[in-house]
Design a protein around this ligand. Sequence first.
Ligand SMILES: [Cu+2]
Length: 453
Amino acid sequence: MVSRSMGYVGDTPEYRGRRLLQLFLFGKNFEDDNEYAHPFDFLVVVDLIERKVIDIEELPTHDDFDGKNKEGNIVPQKSSNYDPDLVPPNSLRNDLKPVNVTQNEGASYNILDEGQFLLGFTTNTLEAQQDCVGQVHFFDGVLHNQKGEAKKVKRVVCVHEEDAGILWKHTAARKPSLTRSQRLVLTMIATVGNYDYIFNWMFYQDGKIEFNVKLTGILSVHLLATNATPAGHGTIVSPRINAPYHQHFFSLRLDAEIDGNENTVEVLDVVPVPDETGTRENPYGQGFTSIRTPLSTAGSARTNVCTEKSRTWLITNPHSIHPYTNEPVGWKLMPWASPPMLLKKGSPIHPQAAWMDYNTWVTPYQENQLFSGGFYLNNSGLPEWVARDENASIENTDVVIWHNFGLSHIPRVEDWPVMPVEQCSVILKPYNFFKENPALDVAPPRRLERTEL
Ligand SMILES: [Cu+2]
């Protein structure tokens, strides 16, 4: 069974004003069977306050769905299990040799107070050498149960180190100089119904910080009648099983403090110079430049990813001038190539997600503004706060940067029955903050490896 909160209920007046849940139902042929392989052709609507079923709705299983035609609605019986204990005997490869991660001398990190972590309700308890490998340290967390009571959960965050490839390299006079990148990774994993989200904060030796989200688990699917098609809105991932197209969005709240509390956010675009080829300013037509545009008000800071301008956002400190560039020191937010939200503005469910109308928002810090969609996702949050005072100053003050990113997911047959990880990342990099490459102090890999080459 998969539960979904009801979105638009305008076509069903008796649903209005109620707290409703849709339950999608599936069958199991044995206790641990992958139920998503056996979807039923109806769903159940439950009123959470009254605690009762108020309706049963037919699901669209035909190209010309009318709610009555059930011809060809045959629950698929094909088994689609993925757990190694459930797949057919001898179907697992035995030719892969283990890649062992060893840290014989221990880890290079020291650890922080576990009390700093207050994580989501659906957070997993993590396992060493499975969720994270190497010298792993775990943090327990204090979460809440369904009654709102505090409860302690074991191992909700793990920290470990990873080799992340070459950090920098150059070969001069046939002598290579090289360091390896060793990144520190903080991980938490939340299972939200059929999907599993892996959140990684990655800290690199050159000052780069990456927020990486991996998506895995099981696609949301429903039954198709025999010979029906998804009509351009889904992929048939297994006979009679449709995985609808959908989007995933994440919202990052950054309470910036770059060299102090008083910060400004600028848009940094890379564009061709306006002068025509053959002019004195652009004789060969290849000139391009970067343009920094400080964002002065919360209203003007509503901005979007722009890949053709290589757009990034700079968080700068106007009081802290770099001695070489004579410009404020900063940190650069490098976006993922996110799609826009594909809901029409007039859609009745649009207001619930209006915070996604822009990839980036900047607001003056307010203690109670923690969630981009508001506390109850009821049309409040960023759109309301900014509309209330579009002229609120965000220059040279304590600012919060909200960055929304994600992906449009067109399911593949290869995403079934369990989905190899998809991922998206947002990166923060120092931008004219240090006086040189901050990773010059990283020692080279041990000479032993070079002589073996
Ligand atoms: Cu998806």
